[in-house]
Design a protein around this ligand. Structure first.
Ligand code: HEM
Length: 344
């Protein structure tokens, strides 16, 4: 073996370290160690439990929509709210992924806020779930808040029974300023993940907002509404593409006929295909058809997958950049608790 020139050796070592430290399984390189650690943990967690990916994408929305991106959704207890934190909000039903954030926090320590970790983790989950089609860069530097109220979460997060006007107002609220186009773009996140029966029970009755009758029967068969009266709240996939073959048969849902890729679990524009044939889960999805401009965007994103990928990435950057509100911002030691018992 040729002897390495003394001047070349450090370069080789540096290159090796670069490629080992910076290259994730999916091929993304991050120029800082925090993002690299986040990436690796998200990849591991999603490989172990695929439902973590959608949960992390949703967490970004639910954190940043309430007091800005301040990690408030992660808190179990605060000096002002006790244990009645955002996690207890009705609109936060099904929220998950907290353990992954905890694990990452243990690895990065004080080098990143919980709000940064959450934003990076959601970004990486979107990248992996979209098979690399949705990728965006976001800076760090977010700070963690010390307030987290269930009531504030329920007052700020949109509900699945909202009509179009309520969604539009919610998205356009001062401090957010999200457009109808961004509402339509971000709703495409419902191509992944699951929902509880209580979140779509209004879609199963005779007076439901328009819904394909086969799809409605399949939903009622898979999760009979009476279960709610018996204390059960089962889930179905948000996207019929991700449901079992039996469900798809009941729902007369054939991905090829609908024009979507049959691969389950992918974050893509299938939501728009489904919406335009009334096979979407929530009223808040369907009502996008009731506004002329929103409906035209549904059609546009159905027809142009690449455009949706890039517009979704841009909207996620905007979402992940909503500034933290309030005072006493800090870098939490533990994402579930504020650093102090009280604040002036
Ligand atoms: C437009 C207003 C929105 C409404 C009314 C809404 C409502 C909901 C509801 C009710 C669920 C099911 C919760 C459950 O029953 O477990 C859900 C799930 C989900 N939402 Fe939304 N959402 C909206 C916007 C968004 C946005 C902007 C994103 C992300 C950018 C998002 C991402 C998700 C994801 C990924 C899931 C599945 C989560 C999982 O499987 O863990 N949603 N949404």
């Amino acid at each position: 073996m040729a002897r390495l020139n003394a001047a070349v050796l450090p370069l080789c070592v540096a290159l090796l370290a670069f490629s080992l430290a910076g290259q994730s399984a999916a091929g993304r390189y991050y120029s800082d160690q925090v993002q690299d650690k986040v990436r690796k943990e998200v990849e591991k967690a999603m490989a172990y439990n695929p439902s973590i990916g959608p949960a992390l994408v949703r967490l970004v929305f639910h954190d940043c929509w309430v007091n800005g991106c301040d990690g408030s959704v992660l808190l179990d207890k605060t000096p002002t709210d006790g244990t009645n934190t955002e996690k207890k909000a009705v609109n936060n039903i099904g929220l998950a992924g907290f353990e992954v954030i905890d694990t990452i926090k243990q690895k990065v320590g004080a080098a990143a806020s919980c709000a940064d970790i959450l934003a990076f983790a959601g970004r990486d989950a979107a990248d992996i779930l979209s098979r690399g089609n949705i990728f965006y860069s976001i800076p760090g530097g977010r700070k963690d808040g010390v307030v987290s109220s269930a009531a504030a979460a329920d007052a700020n997060l949109p509900e699945s029974t909202f009509d179009f006007g309520q969604l539009q107002t919610n998205f356009a609220a001062p401090g957010r300023n999200f457009t109808v186009e961004e509402l339509v773009v971000l709703s495409g996140a419902h191509s992944i993940g699951v929902a509880h029966l209580s979140s779509y029970k209004d879609r199963l009755g005779a007076d439901a907002t328009p819904i394909d009758s086969d799809y409605q029967s399949a939903l009622a068969k898979a999760t009979p509404p009476e279960l709610l009266g018996k204390g059960q709240d089962p889930t179905v996939p948000n996207n019929p593409r991700d449901a079992s073959a039996a469900f798809q048969k009941d729902a007369a849902y054939d991905p090829a006929a609908v024009g979507v890729s049959p691969t389950r679990g992918v974050l893509d524009n299938s939501y728009y295909h489904n919406n335009l044939i009334n096979k979407v889960l929530f009223k808040s999805d369907w009502v996008l058809r009731t506004d002329g401009f929103a409906a035209s965007k549904l059609q546009e994103y159905k027809d142009n997958a690449a455009e949706w990928n890039s517009d979704f990435a841009a909207a996620m950057v905007k979402l992940s950049s909503l500034p933290a509100q309030g005072k006493n911002l800090e870098i939490r030691k533990n994402c579930r608790f504020t650093n102090q018992q009280y604040y002036y």
